[in-house]
Design a protein. Structure first.
Lengths: 74, 192
């Protein structure tokens, strides 16, 4: 039983040490970050094309659907 | 005949649904900014900045807390109207360099909160609200740096005063890194 206690104590000490070391490393790396990316305008052309194509898809689908309904009525 | 008609109807509905999904994704891409975030702190201080006011540019923006991205850069706000304070750095008003970033434009190239940041001049006023306190900063310098050679220590770690540095993008688009190739940094100091 006491051996088990010693193993548990040893493992918890090891875990504490690892946690402390990782926190220290994280702390060091957080002091000076790189500059942020604060612009998205460079993607504007691609975004406009995607918006245009998807709008065309919606319109085409709607037109086809309407045509189908009309044909069914006839 | 009926089966053929229903197939056509299903195809039309599928085109509409696909178009709708792509349209929604494009809107999200254009109006919301997302990055993989590596680190975020739990700030318990009551004196964290809540609002940034720059009268000359008609800016009155909410301040969000920014961590670090997976690439090791300061995080940027997920929208184009708020600004972000680097939470691992200095709290505005304390000795050191508090850093606040904001976008210059959104995914459709429409102006964002810091669109006109580079028009600030020495002596212009910047106010930061912290709970019930208003801090008054004055612009001391405006610099433009290439994005890979910006003086990070000067921007994030200068300890020679109660500094506030505002940062945004500028220049041309670098497709490989999906970012602009310059940064505008406005250096300000607390007015005593």
């Amino acid at each position: 039983m006491s051996r088990l206690k010693r193993i548990i104590a040893g493992l918890s000490t090891l875990a504490m040490l690892l946690l402390g070391a990782s926190l220290a490393l994280a702390q060091t790396s957080t002091t000076t970050p790189g500059v942020p990316t604060t612009g998205a305008g460079g993607d504007a052309a691609a975004n406009v094309i995607i918006l245009g194509v998807s709008t065309l898809m919606i319109i085409t689908g709607a037109v086809l659907l309407r045509k189908e309904k009309k044909e069914k009525k006839l | 005949m009926a089966i053929k008609d229903s197939k056509k109807t299903i195809a039309a509905i599928a085109v509409i649904v696909c178009g709708g999904l792509i349209f929604t994704a494009a809107i999200v891409r254009a109006f919301f900014y997302t990055e993989d975030i590596a680190l975020h702190a739990e700030i318990i201080s009551p004196n964290i900045p809540t609002e940034l006011i720059i009268p000359k540019l008609n800016i009155d923006a909410k301040v969000l807390e920014m961590g670090i991205t997976a690439k090791g850069n300061m995080e940027a706000p997920h929208n184009f109207t708020d600004v972000g304070w680097y939470e691992y750095g200095t709290i505005p008003g304390n000795i050191g360099s508090a850093v606040i970033d904001g976008h210059v434009d959104n995914g459709l190239s429409l102006p964002a909160v810091f669109k006109n940041l580079k028009t600030l001049q020495k002596g212009d006023d910047i106010f930061v609200m912290e709970s019930s306190t208003q801090l008054h900063f004055v612009v001391t310098d405006i610099e433009r740096y290439y994005y890979t050679s910006a003086p990070l220590s000067l921007i994030f770690n200068a300890k020679d005063g109660r500094r506030l540095n505002l940062i945004t993008c500028d220049g041309s688009w670098v497709t490989a890194d999906k970012t602009d190739d310059h940064r505008i940094v406005v250096f300000a100091i607390l007015k005593q």
